[in-house]
Design a protein around this ligand. Structure first.
Ligand code: SDX
Length: 423
């Protein structure tokens, strides 16, 4: 049954599009051609930018699925490399396919010498997200065969495995540079997470619990439909920019504190509450005062108006990882206290503000010995397969177009040029 739109003296019918999970959209593709009108939706609050078969979110129910598999099942039974294959290829890999994918990623265990030197040029206190996005873009200088407009299926496979390997390497090198230490060469015999921890610490005997906890965190970050950084990847990729530039843009969008940078902002918020001695009740009073400019970082979400299912999983993992590591972190107690009070407070309840993926993740990263300014880097490592899966889905969509939204102009209309002497 189409939607009827009455505009001035005209009534038009607009088709209704229904997704496989029952989501409904009014298809406005022909709106402007038939009426001269466009839609206006700042921040894309209620605008579907594309159809996608990768990830499904139900914000009201707090449901997240990768290719139809619940996040709870994937987090419990799968692992980061397998979940990456799932979102990219649309199905779980057979044993030999997974081994091949894993080996291909591990084969990209280093970056060109020029990149190693470029990382070292950055000031030691440079934010690693800036180091990562700059060097991701700079990688394009070393792989001209991947700069073609339309990559072949083999080239897509290569570039996706290559970036999963090299992003990990660059992240570890950025960390070592900041610590004033020499780079540590990847060890192909270690799994992805253990190798990353080894490249950061030099400790080859990585605690299995630590590696597993990191793997679960990466799994939980793999994809999240059309979030800000994924939409950025689609936007940049739609101009047929190369994959290095496209992913570099995704890293930059993720950096913002309203998005992936929130995990770092949560830890800084918890530390501020602890160091200032102000109780979390006082802090929440500040958050509710609009003039304070304070936000309860790690709370609220554009889509989830219920618990973020990832936050639930991470909160449970927090307790078990810290217990297994014998870590007592007062910040975890403050976080739990904040959550308990906020979830009973009318301000948060009325606005449907719940903990999101960033609220507890930083506490685990901290317990794993990862410094605060590397938290968003961990988010980028987790999200990389999702970004590439969404890019692949877009470029392979028949008749895909460059993303170019319209606008409504509200500026001055008939200005006449004045000579500078008479202005
Ligand atoms: C991620 O999109 C994704 O899927 C993202 C992500 C992913 O996996 O890719 O899930 C990852 O980015 C999670 C979100 C991390 N960001 C934060 O934790 C930062 C803190 N939260 C926010 O700033 C905010 O909640 C957003 C940015 C997440 C969502 O913002 P919206 O949807 O634009 O909502 P809004 O800012 O318009 O807020 C609506 C109301 C406002 O109050 P009123 O003007 O109605 O009185 O809620 C208030 C806001 O002031 N509000 C908050 C709040 N978040 C919203 N008030 C205090 N603390 C907060 N955290």
């Amino acid at each position: 049954m189409p939607a009827k739109l009455i505009l001035e003296d005209k009534t038009i019918e607009l088709p209704i599009f229904v997704g496989t999970e029952g989501e409904k959209a009014v298809d406005v593709t022909k709106l402007r051609a038939e009426t001269g009108y466009v839609t206006l939706d700042s921040g894309y609050m209620d605008t579907g930018a594309c159809t996608s078969a990768i990830t499904f979110l139900d914000g009201e129910q707090g449901i997240l699925k990768y290719r139809g598999y619940s996040i709870e099942e994937i987090a419990e039974k799968s692992n980061f490399i397998e979940a990456s294959y799932l979102v990219i290829h649309g199905r779980l890999p057979k044993e030999d396919e997974l081994k091949k994918f894993q080996a291909k990623i591990a084969s990209y265990d280093d970056v060109p010498q020029g990149i190693k030197e470029m990382i070292k040029i950055f000031p030691k206190d440079a934010h690693p997200m800036g180091i990562l996005s700059s060097n991701m873009s700079a990688l394009s200088a070393y792989y001209p065969d991947l700069l073609v407009q339309d990559l072949s299926p083999e080239q897509k496979e290569t570039v996706m495995a290559q970036l999963m390997g090299q992003l990990k390497v660059m992240a570890a090198y950025a960390y070592r540079h900041q610590q004033g230490k020499e780079y540590i060469k990847s060890d192909k015999n270690l799994d992805y997470c253990s190798d990353f921890i080894y490249m950061m610490t030099g400790n080859k005997n990585v605690d299995k619990e630590v590696a597993k906890a990191l793997d679960i965190l990466l799994v939980l970050h793999v994809d999240h439909e059309q979030n800000c950084s994924t939409s950025t990847v689609r936007m940049v990729g739609s101009s047929k920019a190369n994959m290095f530039a496209t992913i570099s843009a995704g890293i930059d969008a993720l950096w913002g504190p309203l998005h992936g940078g929130a995990n770092q902002a949560v830890l800084e918020m918890l530390e501020e509450i602890k160091d200032s001695g102000k109780g979390y009740k006082d802090f929440l009073a500040e958050v509710k005062d609009k003039n304070s400019g304070s936000r309860l970082m790690g709370f609220g979400h554009r889509v989830y108006k219920n618990f973020d299912p990832r936050a639930k999983i991470i909160k449970v993992a927090c307790d078990s990882v810290l217990a297994k590591l014998g870590v007592q972190d007062p910040l975890l107690d403050i976080a739990k206290g904040l959550e308990e009070v906020a979830l009973k407070d009318e301000y948060f309840v009325s606005r449907k503000l719940y903990p999101n993926v960033d609220f507890y993740s930083g506490i685990i990263y901290r317990a794993l010995g990862i410094p605060t300014n590397m938290f968003t880097v961990m988010f980028a490592m987790g999200r990389l397969p999702g970004w590439m899966a969404q890019w692949k889905e877009m470029v392979e969509q028949p008749g895909f177009k460059i993303c170019r939204p319209r606008q409504i102009y509200v500026g001055e209309t008939t200005n006449k040029y004045k000579d500078i002497k008479s202005r």
